[in-house]
Design a protein around this ligand. Structure first.
Ligand code: HEC
Ligand code: HEC
Ligand code: HEC
Ligand code: HEC
Ligand code: HEC
Ligand code: HEC
Ligand code: HEC
Ligand code: HEC
Length: 471
């Protein structure tokens, strides 16, 4: 999409105070009296003009999509005179320009459907489009594992690399959270197998990655929404990454349930203060919002000192598919500084001692021997490497690290004892024992594992998408 520089001739505070005094000043701007002492009074003006083309979008859509219009009208964007066109503007030649929308300018049933208002627009609004006005958030986001997740999953995931599920299963599941590679169909419209989509790592046609709407739903684009745990819980849930369930059962979650109504969710960007605006942290306060000397960041990879989702827990800089360019000790210190807005040093240090011990025990006691046994079974030809998930012990091994092994680590990291133990280490123990017993039986009798010859729907492509891996 086309990007024009955008300027607001005021700083944020001035704009906000002008909005507070809205009734007085909003009409055209603030005229400064000629007789006032000009050395004391700043000169500023608020431009609330817009082009006839931009006004036509609003007027026509107000009747066509009243739900969409009122969402925008209540947003900070509308208050700041950011119009539909500022975000949806496109070049006639852009890959994602809407071909069908031009028909709206040939209508005779509305005065806004005339050809003098004709403007190319795109339905897709990417991080690159937002970066015109929000460059910092966009730069941070681009570095994160959120933005780069499609590359990561195509490097390591057996469902994709071994083609073990169908394209439909991927589209309705994986890609809805992780993101699609946007494409046009043969008529030049967005391909229904890739759109609509608001996954965190969506690959857009302008080359940018992600969709800011995954946390700030359109058209409110509210900061309040993204600060609430529900914004993250739509993806961070379930047997393999139950962060929302973990949060809900933690003391922090219980405090949110009890006192959340009293939190000041809408405090200005970067000023959401622990203790003042809220008394218990949410996902955003620990992972994204600033506090103390730690700055707000749209890179969720910051503040982490472990890769707790990985089969073998490693440091973020040692995570091969996408090594973080961070120093884990510094990132841990940042997270600790967030905790210490509300807790003392010993409380926080004690928590991390516990986390590090849980990581070490998971790695050494459960993961390492299970992995070694899997290797032995492949070597002896009792398991077959060509596919994955089609043999019983492959599934057992997978669920050991991917389900309960993660829950044990996440539960410990985020203070949820029921997840750390009953859904975590307890289940690890049970599965580990069964897996080892069955594996030893196979070895003892030199017997191949049961193989599902009719494994369903293993029809997905195994070719790494060229858009992500050009070579
Ligand atoms: C004369 C009425 C009219 C005007 C003017 C108009 N639109 Fe639309 N627009 C529509 C209607 C109706 C649809 C829904 C079409 C459909 O459902 O197939 C639509 C669809 C859209 C879509 C979704 C397109 C897609 O391909 O999915 C976007 C984005 C959009 N409009 C933005 C704008 C912007 C930005 C402007 C101003 C530059 C604008 N519209 C001007 C009536 C209008
Ligand atoms: C701050 C930027 C921004 C502004 C301002 C904005 N939009 Fe959007 N709009 C988006 C984003 C982001 C999406 C989601 C598309 C995506 O994920 O790429 C979207 C989606 C849409 C869609 C498709 C949604 C659907 O559910 O079919 C339409 C239609 C649309 N916008 C029309 C408008 C109209 C009309 C206005 C003005 C009243 C407007 N937009 C103002 C960013 C914006
Ligand atoms: C043409 C400039 C412009 C574009 C493009 C733009 N924004 Fe904004 N945005 C603003 C302005 C101005 C504000 C208000 C700043 C303030 O109140 O401090 C704002 C505020 C916000 C806020 C804070 C809202 C709140 O509740 O305080 C969010 C979130 C946001 N924008 C997200 C987006 C996203 C996501 C996109 C792209 C889909 C986008 N913006 C595109 C100018 C823009
Ligand atoms: C409900 C949303 C959702 C669905 C559906 C989903 N994932 Fe994920 N996936 C996530 C989240 C959230 C994480 C982050 C886990 C963490 O770090 O705690 C993740 C993590 C991963 C990882 C690990 C990435 C890493 O950095 O190690 C891979 C690989 C992966 N998913 C692949 C897939 C595949 C393939 C599918 C479909 C078969 C799928 N996911 C379905 C949300 C989802
Ligand atoms: C993973 C969820 C998530 C995604 C995705 C996301 N944001 Fe945010 N955003 C947040 C949170 C949480 C805050 C609140 C930070 C705070 O407390 O001040 C925020 C705040 C903002 C603000 C207010 C200013 C600030 O930095 O605090 C802007 C502007 C913004 N986001 C723009 C964007 C843009 C542009 C994108 C896409 C590149 C984006 N966001 C994607 C969660 C997200
Ligand atoms: C639309 C789905 C979606 C939403 C919404 C979402 N995430 Fe994620 N998140 C993911 C996926 C997918 C991954 C895995 C990325 C990877 O490792 O490949 C992930 C990974 C993460 C990670 C691990 C990053 C790393 O470097 O290991 C953190 C932390 C995280 N998300 C926090 C959040 C927070 C906080 C929110 C809400 C403010 C949020 N996410 C909202 C899908 C989502
Ligand atoms: C009290 C602060 C706190 C809260 C609240 C919190 N987290 Fe965490 N989170 C942590 C800590 C600490 C870690 C482990 C960090 C490390 O690696 O050192 C972590 C780890 C994670 C990871 C694992 C990243 C990986 O290695 O795979 C994800 C994903 C995540 N959190 C998402 C969330 C989501 C989503 C929520 C809300 C539902 C949430 N967190 C709530 C502190 C918090
Ligand atoms: C906004 C304030 C706030 C922040 C930030 C915060 N906490 Fe808490 N936390 C609390 C409160 C309040 C309690 C309840 C204490 C009690 O039991 O009386 C609590 C409880 C706890 C508990 C006890 C859990 C239990 O089940 O007894 C631990 C452990 C903890 N926090 C660790 C952390 C860590 C580690 C961080 C940073 C990653 C953190 N907290 C961030 C406010 C906070």
């Amino acid at each position: 999409m086309k990007s024009k520089p955008f300027f607001i001739n005021l700083n944020k505070k001035v704009l906000l105070s002008a909005l507070v005094l809205g009734g007085l000043f909003l009409f055209a701007g603030l005229a400064v009296s000629d007789t006032a002492d000009t050395s004391l009074i700043k000169s500023f003006r608020i431009e609330r003009s817009m082009s006839p083309q931009a006004a036509a979008c609003i007027e026509c859509h107000k009747t066509e999509h009243p739900g969409l219009f009122s969402d925008w009208a209540k947003s900070r964007h509308a208050s700041a005179n950011i119009t539909c066109l500022d975000c949806h503007i496109a070049d006639e030649v852009d890959g994602d320009v809407s071909k069908s929308h031009f028909k709206q300018y040939e209508r005779s049933d509305t005065k806004y459907g005339r050809k003098e208002f004709r403007t190319p627009i795109s339905a897709v609004v990417t991080p690159k489009d937002c970066s015109r006005c929000h460059p910092d958030e966009t730069k941070q986001y681009a570095k994160s594992k959120h933005a780069n997740t499609l590359e990561i999953i195509w490097k390591i995931d057996p469902w994709l690399n071994k083609g073990m599920n169908s394209e439909t299963e991927r589209e309705s599941g994986c890609y809805t959270c992780h993101g699609t590679i946007l494409k046009n169909d043969k008529d030049g419209n967005l391909d229904a197998s890739t759109w609509p989509n608001t996954g965190v790592g969506r690959l857009n046609m302008d080359g940018s990655k992600g969709s800011c709407t995954s946390c700030h739903t359109r058209h409110r684009f509210s900061i309040m929404e993204a600060r609430k745990p529900e914004a993250c819980g739509q993806c961070h849930l379930g047997p393999d990454h139950p962060q929302i369930e973990i949060f809900t059962e933690s003391k922090h979650g219980a405090i949110y349930d009890t006192f959340g109504d009293e939190y000041n969710w809408d405090s200005a960007p970067g000023s959401w203060t622990p203790g003042v605006d809220f008394r218990g942290p949410t996902c955003a306060s620990c992972h994204m919002s600033g506090a103390g000397s730690v700055m707000t960041s749209h890179d969720v990879t910051e503040r982490l000192s472990w890769e707790l989702q990985a089969p073998l827990t490693v440091r973020p800089e040692d995570f091969k598919p996408l090594p973080a360019k961070n120093d884990w000790k510094k990132e841990r210190d940042k997270m600790k500084e967030i905790c210490m807005q509300c807790h003392g040093q010993a409380w926080v240090d004690g928590h991390y001692v516990k986390l590090d011990k849980a990581v070490q025990e998971y790695n050494e006691v459960y993961f390492a021997p299970a992995k070694k046994m899997l290797g032995d079974l492949y070597e002896k030809g009792l398991l077959d490497k060509t596919k994955f998930f089609d043999e019983k012990l492959e599934v057992e091994y997978y669920e050991l690290w991917h389900h309960e092994g993660r829950r044990a680590r996440f539960g410990t990291a985020m203070m949820a004892p029921d997840y750390a133990w009953w859904h975590g280490f307890y289940e690890c123990k049970k599965r580990f024992s069964n897996y080892m017993e069955e594996a030893r039986e196979l070895i003892k009798h030199n017997k191949k594992d049961y193989k599902a010859e009719d494994f369903p729907n293993a029809t997905g492509s195994t070719v790494k998408p060229k858009e992500l891996f050009p070579k």
